[in-house]
Design a protein around this ligand. Structure first.
Ligand code: BG6
Length: 481
């Protein structure tokens, strides 16, 4: 396969929160990798801003360290070339200082992108000042990170603040799961092949499992996490996006609003999940591992670090086909996948033979991005008719050459911002619909009656979570296959 790098137009990317963790770990390395790949077309510049009074030379030094630590950079012409494109202007996001200096730095003939790698409490103030100072033009883009609100009311307020200064077509709300290669491949698989689509409904699909399991704990992020929990941190956004792309109707074309219209319809078809269809968990301390309560620094916390639930999509296509979702920290493996279980054949012509575990299509997001179709075949060799499982496996790493290995999600998303393509970003009404679904579920937990179940670090989550599909004569896929 031949990968094509299409250079983007000349841009000025202003990075608010330029000395923060996300900037160092993800945003700056992603920009550097796209620069290395030759994707910076005309003159492109990255202007860091934060409250710190750094000189450009000091900021470049900090960027250089970050790129070496997190972007695989080494001293040499390439790194020096990138650093020349980097500038720094101290700006007070809540005050008046620095905005005039920032304005002077920007060019009239380059696309302007403002990347807000800051907490949501600053979105409104920064957006407003960009507009008042005349820095934001009609063609500018503004990029905001999650968490996009804490509930429906706060998300609506953020949307109001952003829309007071920018039009919806200028606002890029990031959910980095949408930038992952396999997530987009899900759309290609469904809508560029005619093989699966006729089967993609409740007549042929028994159920779907969406798993995003992480082995890391919340250590170091305890304070943020304890106010969110797995539902707000992962389900309302990342798992919701995976569910939408799996369940949505074919859009009329692959354009931002056509795709997002279909996703909103899925979210609006979701039923409120009763507490009887939800299991929350919290990891306990292990022999050599602190527990959640210690990591969160809150001995009385009832926040969930794990959640599993059975979700019903009430529409013509999916009625009667449940979607089981689960996500958690400190689990035995890092696995993100969507497993589509097709129904058993209507009649078994092989009586007395153990059913093999076929009929499952697994779309793996990480690790080992790829797609596997589990089929049932004859056990090879003599001895009569026996059945066994066989996998038709497409691991992308085997199909692509070294230069074509999937990019980090942020690389793709930032280049899409510059190109002005919103397909892989969440629209305001989409985020609000997702909160409108999540809010009543979370409100049921806040009553304090549903404490999370403890689970061992390194396990597959609380025992109670196993019962969720068991009740329906189904079982979770083992974490890691
Ligand atoms: C973030 C969550 O949005 O996604 C984290 O806040 C989580 O808690 C992370 O660890 C997972 O992302 P990835 O790309 O590592 O699966």
């Amino acid at each position: 396969m031949v990968s094509r790098v299409i250079p983007v137009q000349s841009f000025d990317l202003v990075l608010f929160g330029a000395t923060g963790d996300l900037a160092k770990r993800k945003i700056l390395p992603s920009l550097y990798h796209r620069f290395q790949a030759g994707q910076f077309g005309g003159e492109c510049r990255v202007i860091g801003t934060s409250r710190s009074t750094l000189s450009t030379a000091e900021f470049r030094e900090a960027v250089s360290v970050a790129l070496k630590d997190f972007g695989g950079a080494e001293d040499g012409k390439e790194l020096a070339g990138f650093l020349e494109l980097v500038d720094y202007v101290p700006v007070d996001a809540r005050g008046d200082g620095g905005w005039g200096d920032l304005k002077k730095q920007l060019r009239d003939d380059a696309t302007r992108a403002f990347y807000l790698s800051v907490g949501p409490s600053l979105f409104g103030s920064i957006a407003g000042r960009l507009k008042e100072s005349g820095i934001a033009t009609e063609d500018s883009r503004i990029v905001v990170e999650k968490p996009f609100g804490h509930d429906l009311a706060s998300a609506q307020e953020l949307n109001r603040d952003l829309r007071a200064a920018f039009e919806e077509h200028q606002i890029y709300r990031i959910d980095h799961y949408l930038g992952k290669e396999t997530v987009q491949n899900l759309m290609a698989l469904r809508f560029a092949n005619s093989l699966f689509e006729p089967l993609w409904n409740s007549t042929h699909i028994d159920h779907v499992q969406i798993t995003v399991a992480e082995s890391i704990s919340v250590e170091g992020r305890g304070e943020y996490y304890d106010n969110s929990g797995a539902m707000r941190d992962m389900v309302q956004n990342h798992l919701m996006q995976l569910l939408c792309l799996t369940a949505m109707e074919p859009p009329s074309r692959f354009s931002p609003n056509a795709v997002r219209d279909e996703k909103v319809k899925v979210i609006e078809s979701l039923e409120t999940v009763p507490n009887s269809d939800i299991v929350r968990g919290q990891y306990s301390a292990g022999a050599d591992h602190a527990g959640y309560l210690e990591h969160a620094n809150n001995p009385a916390s009832r926040t969930e670090s794990f959640v599993a639930m059975k979700v019903q999509v009430s529409n013509w296509r999916w009625a009667g086909t449940p979607f089981y979702l689960r996500t958690g920290k400190c689990l035995r493996k890092r696995v993100s996948e969507i497993a589509v279980y097709f129904r058993d054949p209507p009649h078994n012509i092989f009586p007395g033979i153990d059913p093999a575990t076929g009929n499952v299509l697994v779309i793996r997001l990480q690790p080992d991005e790829g797609i596997t179709l589990h089929t049932t075949i004859k056990d090879p060799g003599p001895g009569g008719m026996r059945l066994t499982g066989a996998k038709l496996d497409m691991t992308f790493a085997d199909t692509l050459s070294a230069q074509e290995q999937p990019q980090d999600a942020y690389e793709r998303l930032i280049m899409d911002v510059i190109r002005g393509d919103q397909t892989l970003f969440m629209r305001g009404d989409e985020v609000e619909a997702a909160w409108a679904w999540a809010d009543p579920i979370i409100a049921g937990w806040d009553s304090g009656r549903f404490a999370p179940h403890p689970y061992d670090p390194g396990s597959s989550g609380p025992e109670e979570a196993l019962l969720l599909p068991h009740r329906d004569n189904r079982h979770w896929r083992r974490l890691g296959g």
